[in-house]
Design a protein around this ligand. Structure first.
Ligand code: 5GP
Length: 204
């Protein structure tokens, strides 16, 4: 029985990281895919936990050897999902969540059309700006770049199956937990889980 693949996409500042952490704590059946990136680790981030941090030459080498299912350049850095690891996990029946941008989501959907896409929106553009400033991790220059990018990213919301508006974090987390559970209960997944029952029902 194949695991369910979840793609979670959001502009930075929408609260994606907090929501995904909350989901993992609430639902231990979900695991996170660790991406490759060429950006520098932020304080508190560990190699192999948040990301596999690599330099540009290593990234290009891995990419050219076909190691990536998808890759994208986001805010001037490269990001990618490992092809072999992800396929192994899904084939082994593990529900796996990808936190990737809309470009990556489009590419993953081509290989895994059953993937459940979830887009997280901030309550408004004003609130997004306030959160990015309040976070205090990025320079004003980086923040204005991210805000500009956010609008472009949010235009891709229609490509996703579910939309969560993260106004209150507790409510949004309940929403995300519900979406993950709903994804597991889709007809195709239940059919895979209970083949004899469904075959019996579909007999003449
Ligand atoms: P951050 O640098 O803030 O951790 O992530 C920046 C952006 O890169 C986010 O939109 C995040 O979803 C995206 N991202 C992280 N990992 C991947 C990946 O493996 N592939 C793609 N396409 N985007 C990613």
């Amino acid at each position: 029985m194949a695991g369910t693949l979840f793609i979670v996409t959001a502009p930075s500042g929408a609260g994606k990281t907090t929501l995904v952490r909350g989901l993992l704590a609430r639902d231990p059946r979900v695991q996170l895919s660790i991406s490759y990136t060429t950006r520098d680790p932020r304080p508190g981030e560990q190699n192999g936990r948040e990301y596999n941090f690599v330099d540009v030459a290593t990234f290009r080498d891995l990419r050219d050897r076909g190691e990536f299912l998808e890759w994208a350049e986001v805010h001037g850095n490269y990001y990618a999902t490992s092809r072999v690891w992800l396929k192994q996990q899904v084939d082994a029946g593990r529900d796996t969540l990808l936190e990737i941008d809309w470009q990556g989501a489009q590419q993953v959907r081509k290989h895994f059309p059953d993937a459940v896409g979830v887009f997280i929106l901030p309550p408004s553009m004003d609130e997004l700006a306030a959160r990015l400033v309040g976070r205090g991790t990025d320079s004003p220059e980086v923040i204005s770049r991210r805000l500009l990018g956010a609008r472009g990213e949010m235009r891709h919301v229609a490509e996703f199956d579910y939309v969560i508006i993260n106004d209150e974090i507790d409510v949004a987390l309940d929403d995300l937990v519900a979406v993950v559970q709903a994804g597991r209960l889709r007809y195709a997944k239940q059919h895979q889980r209970h083949p004899e029952y469904f075959d019996f029902l579909e007999q003449d």
